[in-house]
Ligand binder design. Sequence first.
Ligand code: ADP
Length: 487
Amino acid sequence: MTLEVKFTKLFINGDFVDAISEKTFETRDPRTGDVIGRVAEGDKEDVDLAVKAARKAFDHGKWPRMSGYERGRIMMKYADLIDQQKEELAKLECLDAGKLLALTKVVDIEGSADMLRYYAGAADKIHGETLKMAGNLHGYTLREPIGVVGHIIPWNFPSLMFFSKVSPALAAGCTMIVKPAEQTPLTALYHAFLAKEAGIPDGVINVVTGFGSTAGASIASHMDIDMVSFTGSTAVGRKIMETAAKSNLKPVSLELGGKSPIIIFDDADIDMAVDLARTATFYNKGEACIAGSRVYVQEGIYDKFVTKVTESMKSWVVGDPFDPHVHQGPQVDKAQFEKVLSYIEHGKREGATLVTGGKPCGEKGYYIEPAIFTDVEEDMLIAKDEIFGPVMSLMKFKTIEEAIEKANNTKYGLAAGVVTKDLNIANRMSRSIRAGIIWINCYLIIDRGCPFGGFKMSGFGKDSGMHALEKYLQVKSVITPIFDSPW
Ligand code: ADP
């Protein structure tokens, strides 16, 4: 599979430009480790230029001032252009990130276009309230765009993350700088090109490719950025919040890590539970913040579950993500590949039993056989840390009280799954687990209309749904006396 990489420069004020330093960095194909292309390496000076463009577009440009309806129409056109380029975008995404082509087309690329359409429909439904105040005072609220937004996004769902942040910000009337992850910069630049084609004015969307500690940190510390929306690790989220506070106290929205539990009760349909656990842990090679990698099974079906889930892995194919028969592609890069393998070694050293997988596979590239551990204790690293790879930890529980305690025994609170036919157990678990999304007899279902975001150290602020639009708006109260008012 070869593909021409068309866009490799920074996108600032409607033009593709080199980094001021003229530096570039490599992006690699995780199937082979070979270089796919070199991309402009933006740094502080480039972020400054992008912010100037975004500031001008916000303070004096058309985008925040046009009607929501007009913004929505342009966003609809943008979505159509993404659909038209679906094949090429999906291939580019898979080449850069090692994702499965067939799924990426639907989940990531069509999902991105639909995200845009959802918020395009919301753009002309943003309105304030009238306030009945004491005496002769008349008041109302305006909901105004928050201003220039910095979006810092990760590498596991490059397009979907781009649009889950850019779409509500566009609908709100904001202007923005997007920094894609250094591992997967390619589709963001293509999206920037399509934004221009759709008629989004220059300076509204700027894309600065580069590294986290340079370009990313410059966004977090910038005095002229009004808000930062981040998805990535908890460690980096903490840094961004500190930097934001130390600079201009810009608000931040953080969608961070997870170590989500799936709790399978004795009465569950065991085949469905096996399938859910397998997908929850190994989908996107485990590179998902919502991965359900702590699998708790009630003691009555535990042994049967271990046998079935292990057996089911025999039909799980690891290989080239462009092949439609493959279930799992390579990890995104060498660093992640090595990190995942070191967790697997750690699990073995800590005394957990590796019942299947856990080895590198393929002659080249970053492929790992999906690993399943039993005899996992709550305090082992593999049960506590977000591994971001195909590693399942199986654990046993007796009672619902124990299940609740174990599910909540984590610093994270992003998601959880409950598998049971008992409605009362499902409802009790849903209310007791401290996490932002609970799936009952399903897992990994996300939808543009459904608020998505964590509790605890998984962060705060929602992506998707109308809650996400709120992040990019601020409320202003306007008060005026009415003289000789009869009321
Ligand atoms: P992961 O650990 O999954 O690679 P990161 O949290 O490191 O995720 O990266 C997510 C995004 O945050 C990337 O775009 C990355 O470049 C950026 N990033 C990393 N470090 C910083 C930082 N200190 N300040 C701002 N952004 C950063």
